[in-house]
Ligand binder design. Structure first.
Ligand code: FES
Length: 125
């Protein structure tokens, strides 16, 4: 089981393949997920200091490209914990003044994940 370290919240043993947004929530972090994990809101944004996966879902790439955020952060709802990771959530509900972080994300990545290497996605443009 890969170790997930969430800056400011601690470390958990995550089940291999757990959706990152849900694993971060399991540490007690009130990470945003305002669209319910659909790659639409970007409030689940995280930065990695260890373990950033190379492949991205099509939905993550499209959203980050559309908002000029490629290279700035990743979307935790579009990533599975499949290796040791250290992340910092950038939008916490309490800090943002939200009543709640958003609707419960499904257990696995939605919309149905189409994984691509970033270079392959970028060369399509
Ligand atoms: S983009 Fe909305 S929860 Fe990830």
């Amino acid at each position: 089981m890969p170790l997930l370290d969430v800056e400011g919240f601690g470390t958990i043993d995550a089940d291999d393949g757990t959706r990152l947004v849900n694993a971060v929530r399991a540490t007690g972090a009130d990470i945003g997920h305002r669209c319910g994990g659909q790659a639409k809101c970007t409030t689940c944004r995280v930065t990695f200091s260890e373990g950033e996966p190379g492949p991205m879902t099509r939905a993550e790439y499209d959203k980050l490209a559309q908002t000029n955020a490629l290279g700035d952060y990743r979307l935790a709802c579009q990533i599975r914990v499949d290796r040791p990771m250290t992340v910092t959530p950038l939008m916490l509900a309490e800090e943002m003044g939200w009543d709640n972080p958003g609707p419960e994300p499904a257990a696995d990545v939605e919309p149905e994940a189409q994984w691509h290497e970033r270079e392959a996605l970028a060369s399509e443009e």
